[in-house]
Design a protein around this ligand. Structure first.
Ligand code: F6R
Length: 365
């Protein structure tokens, strides 16, 4: 079953070009039409005036990424909340807001209960982004987008996350089209970005030997910090979660601009700092945040794309990621942080596919 791979997690990381192209095929066949999200989508999506995303864990980070797309491409407000928090608070419900739940398994109890609670509060439009057909959460939703990741067996979510991002990106573009904010030229650009994505992800996978070479430097550490800005901040969060859950190294992620507001106090020679720093509008800001780290002796491990103009220096290690595919750069940059967590866990000898204390599907509170 594992073929040439040592673990399901490694296999599933490498299945991403296929999982993504299968999921993208569904989107492109439909041409960002409402029908992509189910029979009632043509009736419901034009009424949407805001989006509320509810999820747990890695799926929550997919939601945080989607917020950037939904607000910038569709031009509507989007908030993202941890399902287990939402379900127990007095929340304000606007029935014109679309509730979006994200769940690989479709069975996560807190996400299911958050959806039920949203309905009690008066929401009547719910969309599920899910990987398992006919599971509980899509069955309780008016609309659904099934990711085509195939079965995910490793406890740590990998291909489910990147395919969720494709579904959420498609939602942002579809809503943008319905609102007249995406013209034919822009739509063509988004289609091209999706078409190129599996190839870019394959290039990122080819970085595995370089990433493995970093893993020994992490294996003996107690802590690690992950930094990103904008769309790459949720990817930093995802990198930190992957590292802690499978290697048991304590890891935190921050938007790089927050360093000065507290976490910089943690930085010294023993703190490795992973930075996701492709060439986007925020790169210069990220570079100055990196100098702040270096000045305190922190060792930098930077994922920079071919246009970032970075060079290695004392205490600064650089891996060049593929030139990013514009708005989808966050998906490409997920691959290196998954591979880093995997190889650090291998170096520490932990049970990668079945991390201690965790279950694949969390059907209890
Ligand atoms: C982390 C991980 C978990 C899940 C979370 C939600 O690698 O897998 O954080 O993302 O338990 O699960 P789903 O998406 O099935 O609702």
């Amino acid at each position: 079953e594992l073929g040439p791979y040592s673990h399901f997690m490694q296999k599933e990381i490498h299945e991403q070009p296929k999982a993504l192209s299968d999921t993208i095929e569904a989107v492109l066949e439909n041409g960002f039409a409402a029908g992509l999200f189910g029979a009632r989508a043509a009736e419901l999506l034009p009424q949407v005036e805001g989006v509320k995303i509810l999820a747990c864990g890695t799926s929550f980070y997919a939601g945080l990424t989607a917020k950037y797309w939904i607000e910038s491409i569709a031009g509507i407000s989007c908030d993202v909340e941890i399902a287990s928090e939402y379900r127990y608070r007095d929340a304000f419900a606007n029935p014109r807001h679309l509730v979006v739940t994200i769940s690989q398994s479709g069975e996560t109890l807190d996400t299911m209960e958050a959806l039920k609670y949203a309905k009690e509060l008066g929401h009547n439009m719910a969309l599920s982004i899910c990987n398992v057909r006919e599971s509980a959460i899509p069955r309780a939703s008016e609309l659904v987008f099934y990711t085509r990741a195939g079965a995910e067996i490793g406890v740590a979510s990998t291909k489910a996350f990147t395919t969720q991002l494709v579904g959420l990106f498609a939602l942002a573009v579809t809503l943008g089209k319905l609102r007249g904010r995406v013209d034919a030229q822009a739509e063509h650009g988004y289609q091209e970005a999706l078409r190129q994505l599996p190839g870019s992800v394959q290039h990122a996978l080819n970085l595995e030997p370089q990433i493995k070479a970093w893993s020994d430097k992490f294996a003996a550490k107690q802590n690690a910090l992950f930094l990103g800005r904008g769309l790459h901040y949720p990817i930093a969060l995802e990198g930190a979660l992957k590292l802690k859950e499978i290697s048991y190294i304590h890891a935190e992620a921050y938007p790089a601009g927050e360093l000065k507001h507290g976490p910089l106090a943690l930085v010294d020679e023993s703190m490795p700092v992973v930075v996701i720093a492709p060439n986007d509008a925020l790169l210069e800001k990220v570079k100055s945040n990196m100098q702040e780290v270096r000045a305190r002796g922190g060792e930098l491990f930077v994922f920079a794309d071919l246009d970032s103009h970075f060079s290695e220096s004392d205490g600064v290690h650089v891996i060049r990621t593929p030139r990013h595919v514009g708005v989808l750069s966050a998906i490409v940059h997920t691959i290196p942080v998954q591979l880093l967590a995997y190889h650090v866990a291998l170096a520490r000898g932990t049970d990668v596919d079945k991390p201690r204390n965790l279950a694949k599907s969390v059907t209890v509170e």
